[in-house]
Write a protein that binds this ligand. Structure first.
Ligand code: NAD
Length: 483
């Protein structure tokens, strides 16, 4: 049985149990039982965190890259050592199966390693000059300054890890505000950095009302960079606030990923990996495959086998059973969102062939759900479901599939399965998204950029870009003092 401790904020190097705005309850989404109380930051506490970030920034930015790297690498080692406990807390707070929580945690350690190493690799560059009188043109990447990091609950370790590691590697101080539902997971990650020797004030950690906190922190002149992962609607609002202060902004927002399945695709392998990936983290993944566009020749078989596999998934309380394959949704609001989406179907709009309902009893459980032939104007084909619902649509020509895939303003991830080399090449070029994966779903490695286009946001995290996003470019050019 995992024990839960009440989260504490970290402000200016001090762990703070009392929230100036009181507390908020944290509940296990599988049982709906309250497991702890989390402090809510007041504006005065946010100001203290801002002041700590401002004070700590110059010294951290001036710390030699090798020293920053050593602390960041040690934090990754500590996260690996603590991975089992951290993963149990993730499951308790947001419900994902233990194996997925563990994979997220060790994967986050790899991300931290990669981004920490970037501190050593980024040396800037010298640009050849146009004239013998110009002695040097040196381009460097300077840390942008204190960064505000706003993260959601669906990957409560991975998402803060990539923001924190990128910011710290670049030499920025930062203030992290994790989701209201997953505070202790974020705290356990931050503890790894603190125990690794990070100086006081370089990270602050605050919890509470998301709108109040983000608006207060973004409006402060101390803040120079904002990184947000969450919904498109909130991302647009925060982007407008960041623009008012001319602050760098990296939004990683929603998606509605298409999967184009060509007639040459290996049927058994494709349907197996599609069904397994769809219901990973109960579909609460920004790059979750959601719109399956299947060549008409295999469409009926695909729907039938996908539905069969979804009905065979073991759904339950992952905090008490490690064999559970799909846990609850993160909170009650996600259940009503799923019910509304399914309620908008039927008739011409699409047929429910598996699931479709909330599972009775305590906990925010929803059945793995498969919808056959949702119409192009159905809500399911237009709005990001962010839950365990898959829409499957037949197509006749590959160009039709690409047209449907590219028809939304989202552009985060897109996938395709094909054994035909020409078709794979065509799909890789024609699908409009920040990330396209052919014959697999792997778009989240530490070394590669992760980000979208259109309503899915801009900029990338992880990869070299995950470091560069916390820097600004500076040119120093030196001419001869006299001819
Ligand atoms: P929600 O918008 O209420 O909350 C999602 C996250 O955004 C939470 O972590 C919350 O703390 C944060 N948030 C909300 N308002 C904020 C504000 N004004 N300032 C700063 N942070 C704010 O929605 P929800 O029902 O919890 O989640 C589902 C929606 O969120 C989906 O539509 C999905 O697109 C989006 N989401 C996206 C990701 C992602 O990885 N891109 C992750 C989680 C949620």
């Amino acid at each position: 049985m995992t024990t839960y401790r009440n989260p504490k904020m970290l402000i200016g190097g001090e762990w703070v149990a009392d929230g100036g705005e009181g507390t908020m309850a944290v509940a296990n989404p599988a049982t709906e039982k309250v497991i702890g109380q989390c402090p809510k930051a007041s504006q005065e506490q946010l100001d203290a965190a801002l002041s700590a970030a401002e004070t700590a920034f110059p010294a951290w930015a001036a710390t030699p890259a090798i020293e920053r790297f050593r602390i960041i690498r040690r934090a990754a080692e500590l996260l690996r050592e603590r991975a089992e406990d951290v993963a149990r807390t993730v499951t308790l707070e947001m419900g994902k199966p233990h194996a997925q929580a563990l994979g997220e945690t060790t994967g986050a350690a790899d991300l931290i390693d990669f981004l920490g190493e970037e501190a050593k690799r980024q040396g800037g560059r010298l640009v050849p000059t146009r004239s013998a009188t110009i002695l040097e043109q040196r381009v460097t990447q300077e840390p942008v300054g204190p960064a505000v990091l706003l993260t959601p609950w669906n990957f409560p370790i991975n998402l803060p890890a990539k923001k924190l590691a990128g910011a710290l590697a670049a030499g920025c101080s930062c203030i992290l505000k994790p989701a209201e539902t997953t505070p202790l997971s974020a705290q356990m990650l931050v503890e790894c950095f603190i125990d690794a020797g990070l100086p006081d004030g370089v990270i602050s950690l605050v919890y509470g009302d998301p709108a109040m906190i983000s608006e207060h922190l973004i409006a402060s002149p101390v803040t120079r960079k904002v990184s947000f992962t969450g919904s498109t609607a909130v991302g647009k609002r925060l982007g407008a606030l960041a623009a008012e202060g001319m602050k760098r902004f990296t939004p990683e927002l929603g998606g509605h990923a298409p999967v184009v399945i060509g007639e040459s695709a290996d049927f058994e392998r494709t349907v197996a990996v599609c069904a397994a990936t769809k219901f990973r983290n109960a579909g609460q993944v920004c790059v979750s495959p959601t719109r399956f566009l299947v060549a008409r020749g295999m469409y009926d078989r695909f729907v039938e086998e996908f539905a069969r596999r979804s009905q065979g998934l073991k759904v339950g309380d992952a905090s008490s059973d490690d064999s559970v394959e799909m846990g609850p949704l993160a909170h009650a609001g996600r259940i009503s969102a799923m019910q509304e989406l399914v309620g908008s179907l039927g008739g011409e709009k699409g047929e429910v062939v598996a699931g479709g309902s909330r599972i009775d009893g305590p906990g925010h459980f929803f059945q793995p759900t498969v919808i056959a032939a949702p119409s192009a104007d159905s809500r399911l084909m237009v709005e990001e479901p962010f839950g365990p619902i898959a829409g499957i649509v037949p197509y006749d020509e590959i160009e039709d599939a690409v047209r449907i895939a590219n028809s939304l303003r989202y552009g985060l991830a897109a996938y395709a399965f094909s054994a035909n080399l020409d078709e794979s090449h065509y799909l890789g070029s024609a699908l409009k998204a920040g990330m396209v994966a052919i014959n697999h779903f792997g778009v989240g490695s530490p070394e590669t950029p992760f980000g979208g286009t259109g309503d899915s946001g801009f900029g990338s995290e992880s990869g070299v870009e995950g470091y560069l996003g916390y820097t600004e470019t500076k040119l120093v050019t030196v001419a001869k003092a006299a001819p």
